[in-house]
Design a protein around this ligand. Structure first.
Ligand code: NAD
Length: 245
């Protein structure tokens, strides 16, 4: 219960899903947590400092980072675009890259001065198994953005390794979350059956189930803690065997 004692952790998209599960685990492990989301209402009930932060808005990011001055940053915010290349529009591409990738440029450049002054820090970026690791149907924009996150992560890791800053990416398979439930419902409408859609999602996971958000939060906690002190610059795959067969 003390694995993150002394850490100041800023989390984006902490209102629900993996971000919220991670905020709860960080609090339980003794971190001082700053849980943020574009929708501040979703942060109700978290036992830590909470405030609105929109990762698509640089002024909002700069203000939030100024308030937290974190030694741990979990870039969790992201959006799943559904469709292949022919279904994607320029506006959707730009929105996907802004929310899933450029958001991390904004937060990381804002946190670095404080982390460098502190003598180090840990940055964890949300990628996905669906990225440079594996292709998934109808994840054209999404897969491209999450592959970009891995490149961004490696670049930060190599540039700041001598200054004590570690930067890792995490690559989950399918995880139960509010937006995942929406995706199942939508695919269910397309397929004419909710159960068939659910089966299709579960079928991607050789374990025969999707992940719980807490299982992903455990990996983020490890990467935030000093236990992972020799680890930087890597995509950490946690996908129920999806890409490992
Ligand atoms: P979710 O999609 O249910 O919730 C997303 C949260 O992001 C919401 O609380 C929303 O308010 C917030 N958000 C949206 N725009 C924002 C912005 N501009 N600034 C700040 N916050 C914003 O949660 P999830 O499914 O756990 O997904 C979280 C992350 O994990 C995403 O990056 C997603 O791509 C990634 N991921 C999810 C899965 C999955 O199967 N659920 C798998 C791999 C990766």
């Amino acid at each position: 219960t003390d694995r993150l004692r002394g850490k100041r952790a800023l989390i984006t998209a902490a209102g629900q899903g993996i971000g919220r599960a991670t905020a709860e685990m960080f609090i339980a492990e003794g971190a001082e947590v700053f849980a943020t989301d574009v929708n501040a209402d979703l942060l109700a009930g978290l036992d830590c400092e909470t405030f609105a932060m929109d990762v698509r808005d640089d002024a909002s990011v700069v203000a939030g980072v100024g308030r937290a001055n974190p030694t741990v940053l979990f870039n969790c915010a992201g959006f799943v675009h559904h469709g292949n290349v022919q279904a994607a529009t320029d506006a959707e591409w730009d929105m996907g890259f802004d929310l899933n990738v450029k958001s991390m440029f904004r937060t990381i450049r804002a946190v670095l001065p404080g982390m460098l002054a502190n003598g180090g820090g840990s940055i964890i970026n949300m990628s996905s198994a669906c990225s440079s690791i594996i292709g998934a149907p109808n994840r054209f924009i999404y897969g491209a953005t999450k592959a970009a996150v891995i490149g961004l992560t490696k670049s930060i890791a190599v540039d700041y390794i001598k200054q004590g800053i570690r930067c890792n990416a995490i690559c989950p398979g399918t995880v139960e979350s509010p937006s995942w439930h929406d995706r199942v419902r939508k695919l269910g409408e397309e397929m004419g059956s909710y159960d068939a859609a659910l089966e299709a999602f579960v079928a991607r996971q050789p374990m025969g189930r999707v992940a719980r958000a807490t299982e992903i939060a455990a990996l983020v906690t490890y990467l935030a803690s000093d236990e992972s002190g020799f680890t930087t610059g890597h995509p950490h795959i946690i996908d129920g065997g999806w890409s490992g067969q």
